[in-house]
Design a protein around this ligand. Structure first.
Ligand code: FCB
Length: 454
């Protein structure tokens, strides 16, 4: 048995667009995901989050289930277009009321709420003005953060500004896989800058409105190793780490953008040699505002190989899979050691005050629920391995204060629609019946025991 320390925060996570549904209820405005899902081919099964898990109407039952499973903390996200249907200006009180009721029911159930302010559902009205490519969206985010923190800040004491800036910027504006579905390097790097700026602008605002709260940002990480000792592959791994991990980590920790990556992007013609044109004097100081914690999302690693194609076409670099991999249905390698190394690396190289694993989980071809059970042995093993890796990182000195299983419920997995099940709780989308999978029961037992088998 390897133990997590006393007081460790055992949590589960979701996000608004992936579970809530009720996209037209109570004055909610349109989000970029509502719009994006209407494009033919945008999602694997032609679906959207219009109904999802119907959590907007079933949140009380969901909270009760979390309580029954012994989950101690819940990371949810607030849908910006519920609160400010046009992105800025008029506040929709009914939207705020929903999150206020959710927070109250969590507290009544003895579950600590953690609120993420941006998990990708940008109001479409702001996209119509250019979205994250525009500096004004960062300012609008800070104003939105103020409205939410003012209303919930007496009860929510942990805030995450932005979820996964890499996805918000490169995946959505360069690879085109997520809303708004653009493919343009300079726009993607402008979006990355404004998302980081939005974080920096919002931190002091949230602190003011929610006294005593802790505030941080969640980044997603994919550690990269070279597929071979060749200089080209080693360089592909450096570049992959730079574009995915360091481009965001470095500025948040006061190091501006990594020089090797500025050079790479300039060489590829994405930005001038002088750097990101949108980065103005003072922005880096704003972005580097000392945060109370860093949220770490980890799912897998990358093995990077250079191909004999121009760098601009091989970016992100080609990924090869290990010879006998255990792959999830996302095609992701199961590699718990990567979480241990990542947490240690961040601790030793960046020195955050505190870390939370804000997402970690896996999708598998789960069988349908039968007699109230869903057997998901691979997810149980994934969970065990990554909790053990977290415990080992803590033993090595990393200040990891909590772990949030992704996800509490099966849900709308973005461009994959409903084809990927990440939940520890199974959702029958036809009936909305929830069935805790074996992994949920395993998690409940691990929480009780305070640790997992090594
Ligand atoms: C992360 C997202 C989350 C979910 C998981 C599988 O990148 O934050 O919403 O889609 O991946």
């Amino acid at each position: 048995m390897i133990h997590l320390p006393p007081g460790f925060v055992w949590g589960a996570a979701t996000s608004s667009y992936q579970i809530e549904g009720s996209v037209d209820a109570d004055g909610r405005g349109e989000s970029i995901w509502d719009r994006f899902c209407k494009k033919p081919g945008a999602t694997a099964d032609g679906s959207s989050g219009a109904v999802a898990c119907d959590h907007y109407r079933r949140y009380r039952d969901d909270v009760a289930l979390m309580r029954d499973l012994g989950i101690k903390a819940y990371r949810f996200s607030v849908a910006w277009p519920r609160v400010l249907p046009r992105g800025r200006g008029a506040v929709n009180p009914l939207g705020l009321d929903f999150y206020s009721r959710l927070v109250d029911s969590l507290l009544e159930a003895g579950i600590t709420p953690l609120a993420t302010l941006y998990h990708w559902d940008l109001p479409q009205a702001l996209q119509d003005e250019g979205g994250w490519a525009e500096r004004s969206t960062a300012q609008a985010f800070a104003a939105y953060a103020e409205v939410v923190a003012r209303r919930l800040g007496d009860r929510v004491k942990t805030w995450i500004t932005i979820n996964e800036p890499w996805c918000v910027s490169l995946l959505s504006h360069q690879l085109g896989k997520h809303a708004p579905g653009l493919r343009h390097w300079p726009t993607a790097l402008a979006a990355a800058h404004h998302v980081l700026l939005a974080h920096g602008l919002a931190v002091p605002v949230i602190r003011r409105e929610s006294p005593g709260a802790e505030v941080g940002i969640t980044l997603n990480f994919e550690p990269a190793v070279a597929a071979s000792p060749s200089a080209a592959d080693l360089d592909a791994a450096r570049h992959s780490d730079g574009s995915f991990n360091r481009w965001f980590l470095d500025p948040v920790f006061g190091r501006r953008y990594p020089a090797d990556m500025v050079a790479d992007y300039a060489k590829a013609g994405h930005i001038p040699e002088s750097g990101v044109p949108q980065a103005k004097d003072g922005d880096f100081a704003t972005i580097a505002v000392p945060a109370d914690f860093l949220g770490v999302n980890y799912y897998t690693r990358k093995i990077a190989r250079s191909d004999s194609v121009p760098e601009a076409e091989n970016d992100p670099p080609t990924v090869v899979l290990p010879p006998a991999p255990e792959l999830t249905t996302m095609g992701w390698e199961v590699y718990p050691e990567g979480l241990y190394r990542l947490l240690c690396r961040i601790h030793f190289e960046y020195g955050p005050r505190k870390l939370y694993v804000t997402e970690n989980g896996s999708a598998w071809p789960d069988p349908a629920a039968a007699h109230g059970r869903v057997h998901d042995p691979q997810r149980v093993e994934y969970l065990r391995g990554h909790l053990a890796a977290t415990a080992r990182a803590i033993q090595a000195g990393a200040p990891v204060a909590g772990y949030f299983a992704w996800s509490f419920l099966d849900n709308f997995e973005w461009e994959r629609g409903y084809t990927q099940r990440f939940g520890i709780v199974h959702v029958d989308y036809a009936t909305q019946v929830r069935t805790p999978k074996d992994s949920a029961l395993y998690y409940r037992d691990a929480i009780r025991a305070g640790g997992v088998e090594e």
